[in-house]
Design a protein around this ligand. Sequence first.
Ligand code: BG6
Length: 501
Amino acid sequence: MKKTSPHIVVIFGASGDLTKRKLIPALFNLHQQNLLGHPFAILGVSRTEMTDTMFREKMMEFLPDNETSADFIGHLYYESLQTSDEADYPRLKERIDDLRREINAPANILFYLSTPPNLYPLIPKHLANVGLNNESDGFKRLIIEKPFGSNLESARHLNRDLLQYFEEDQLYRIDHYLGKETVQNLLVLRFSNSLWEPLWNHKYIDHVQITSSESLGVEKRGGYYDHSGALRDMVQNHLLQMLAMVAMEPPTVINADAIRNEMLKVFQSIRPLKKENLQEDVVRGQYTSSHIKGEAVAGYREEEGVDPESRTETFVAMRLNIDNWRWGGIPFYIRTGKKLPTRVTEIVINFKPTPHHLFDAALNGTTAPNQLIIRIQPDEGILMKMGLKVPGAGFMVQTVNMGFHYSDLSDAYVPTAYERLLLDCIHGDATLYSRGDNVEKAWEIVQPIIDEWDTNPDFPLHGYPAGTWGPLATDELMAAHPSGWRYPCKNLNNDGEYCEL
Ligand code: BG6
């Protein structure tokens, strides 16, 4: 394990939800494992007036009540700041300098931007004005939370703005899906086994499905979500990143540039979506009121902060093609939605059927082609579905499961995505962060859909009752594949049932 240099983490947006729910607990976990090194300090910054003590007490509510937490909060400090006001930044610099002297740390500073996105271009500019981008006395790194732009143009703008004040290797664009242990395991599964790579192409794979379903609705985030929708919230980032990891070529080495170059090549090979085919390739849905487990559930338009006539999508499914040597002719289907029957993220590799059909299915059984299911969450693991003989007379085939569950590694500690990513940034490892050109390319892929939805009021917006698997049109996307979508359950091994309603 790499040694962690002394450092200060400065969190902009420290009074926000992400800080208390994800960032502080992640930093605490790192400290508990002795991974944050010594000395270190965490300086919360936001407009709210608060003292260090008040900030510590507030953060304590999200930490366990034990001695390590008491020690950890001693490393927390707070400074109230008009984040958009340039005049406040000399004071921030002074505070950071004082803190460095107090804890005796060099000027290694990680700035975490977790503010409303309109401040993303401003903060780096103001930091640069007081020299807080200068690395001559220690590293200065900037983590930028999503959303990184709201379309291709704004993402390009933001990249341009950031690069005026910081170098690309100081920028860490976060996509927390890349921090998930199971997403990283995709690389290990693919590239540390000789078993898969010969099969991982158009010759043996029929199609790939990527599903990220959530049972929750928009909760208290209606105001944000109504201007975002599932395409911007999940597809442009998390789903496309997973797709790139499934489809990429083996990198020559594991480092930030090698991996990000390969991911970029996947994005560059995705066939651009054409306006005239969009209605065939993309399904847009929005949940409507219904009953789940006997309880009435509000529709999206009734949610707090949502326009009662909103046409924002809470569900997207689409077909993408990757025009390269490995994947020519093999469709990738992706879908994501809120208020679906269960919370599951998984990748399903559907292999081609055998060229010749020798055996019959057992009574009530199936002889479905092989599937490899890579479960990102929950019940994290890998499942292989294959046909085996039913014991007894004749040659009847039954599909059986062969699986690995992370939970079997009972003593392995699985870090949260934010833990992994924060530590990587402190170590200066950007492998699991998105590079500027990758983010722009991912926007380029979805931009034709954004344009069409913005300008064509006749593009269908299908309603689907909350608690179901989305619009019926989603099945039509899959018409060429008799086995259709896999309908996952919370437990990796179960499927085919309409579970957890
Ligand atoms: C976030 C989206 O990026 O990812 C949320 O803004 C979504 O809408 C969340 O709920 C899903 O993340 P996870 O880790 O719970 O799958």
